[in-house]
Design a protein around this ligand. Structure first.
Ligand SMILES: Cc1cc2nc3c(=O)[nH]c(=O)nc-3n(C[C@H](O)[C@H](O)[C@H](O)COP(=O)(O)O)c2cc1C
Length: 381
């Protein structure tokens, strides 16, 4: 096997090991995928400032996100269907994150449930909430996250209606996959994945089935999810969710300074500058290109995080330099998971950590807390 040296190596391996419909589900954006591509490309346009003859010993990447200690400013982003990249994917990724000392965020649309993840972890994880029309289900989810001692609620704001991904439509994506000849072929060509999947009973949306009133089986689940995202979600809803939750709250999916100002007024603990990894509004600007404007608008009022397009430790460092207190990675950890399970997630984190550490040193900094716009070529005087 070829050596795995960066996230693109993990991606190549995941492509070989994960059935096409689930690999494509991760590796896709809305419509033309223009925003998906821009998220990555815009990082490459930011250049670093090389410094020499600075003491580079005793470096530290340790910092905090919403006051919680993290070994580096990286969290695992909430991603739906993670347990379809690899059997029990959410449980494995949560364990890898815990061992690494960084937050894991469980999606509402996960395969493993809140209770599944809680049963294999010892430290609190974060829970991402989609607000569904069935409010009783939402209240119940919040209560389940509290009971599982989740230490932050990540409320996603940018999915009131669903963006369209062509690959998913062409592949006929569903969880579990349908048993048509095409789908059977996609799975039969990935025997390792199949063996592991046969060894678990976690193969559907376990936060939902048995919890939402009208969802009893697979066909009712499809109908329910299709009409449950709430197009009327408003800033008023943020208020009652904040109150019901009563703990640290992070608002995810802010891409515009005006929305950032509104978000800061809610009293939330942080916002995530995000366009959902380019999976919602195709044609929107990249997250990293919007970060400086959002920092200028609200950086002194609320903690700002970023996700979208991070593929290396250098990208994390660039986001931190532009003012993000923390970052989230989606696809990099999914590729690790699909490639090698829990070890692959750890390897993705190792790769990112090493790249960030070396880059920080070569920019003449020893502590992530000292990384600011002065490490970027365009901002240096
Ligand atoms: C396969 C996949 C599924 C996702 N599912 C969710 C989700 O359930 N909830 C959510 O808030 N964001 C979801 N996202 C968006 C991620 O949380 C995050 O914003 C995005 O992945 C960041 O971009 P990156 O993948 O380039 O790191 C998903 C992203 C991917 C790639």
């Amino acid at each position: 096997m070829t050596q795995i040296l960066d996230i693109s190596d993990l991606k190549a391996l995941a492509r070989r090991r994960v059935p096409k419909l689930f690999f494509d589900y991760a590796d896709s954006g809305a419509w033309t995928e223009g925003t998906y591509r821009a998220n990555e490309e815009d990082f490459t346009k930011i250049k670093l400032r090389q410094r020499v003859l600075v003491d580079m010993t005793n470096r530290s990447l340790e910092t905090t996100m919403i006051g919680q200690k993290v070994s580096m400013p990286v969290a695992l982003a909430p991603t739906g269907l993670t347990g379809m990249q690899h059997a029990d994917g959410e449980m494995l990724a949560a364990q890898a994150a815990e061992a690494y000392g960084i937050p894991f965020t469980l999606s509402t649309m996960s395969i493993c449930s809140i209770e599944d993840v809680a049963s294999v972890t010892t430290k609190p994880f974060w829970f991402q909430l989609y607000v569904m029309r069935e409010r009783e289900f939402v209240l119940n989810l919040i209560d389940r996250a509290k009971a599982a001692k989740c230490s932050a609620l990540v409320l996603t704001l940018d999915l009131q209606i669903l963006g369209q991904r062509h690959k998913d439509l062409r592949n006929g994506l569903s969880a579990p996959p349908r048993m048509t000849p095409k789908h059977l072929w996609m799975m039969a060509t990935r025997p390792g994945w199949c063996m592991k999947m046969l060894g678990t009973n976690r193969r559907t949306f376990r936060n939902i089935v048995g919890h939402a009133k009208s969802v009893t089986d697979l066909s009712s689940l499809h109908a329910w999810t299709a009409e449950q995202f709430d197009p009327q979600l408003s800033w008023k809803d943020v208020e009652w969710i904040k109150e019901r939750w009563g703990g640290p709250l992070i608002l995810k999916g802010i891409l515009d300074p005006e929305d950032a100002k509104m978000a800061a007024k809610t009293g939330a603990d942080a916002i995530i500058v995000s366009n959902h990894g380019g999976r919602q509004l195709d044609g929107a600007l990249s997250s990293i290109s919007m970060l400086p404007k959002i920092i200028d608008a609200v950086g002194d009022q609320i903690e700002v995080h970023l996700d979208g397009g991070i593929r290396s430790g250098q990208d994390v460092l660039k986001a931190v330099a532009l003012g993000a207190k923390g970052t989230f990675i989606g696809r990099p950890f999914l590729y690790g998971l699909g490639a090698m399970g829990k070890d692959g997630v750890t390897l993705a984190l190792d790769i990112i950590r090493k790249e960030m550490d070396i880059t920080m040193a070569l920019c003449g900094k020893r502590n992530i807390a000292d990384v600011g716009r002065d490490v970027l070529a365009d901002y240096a005087r």
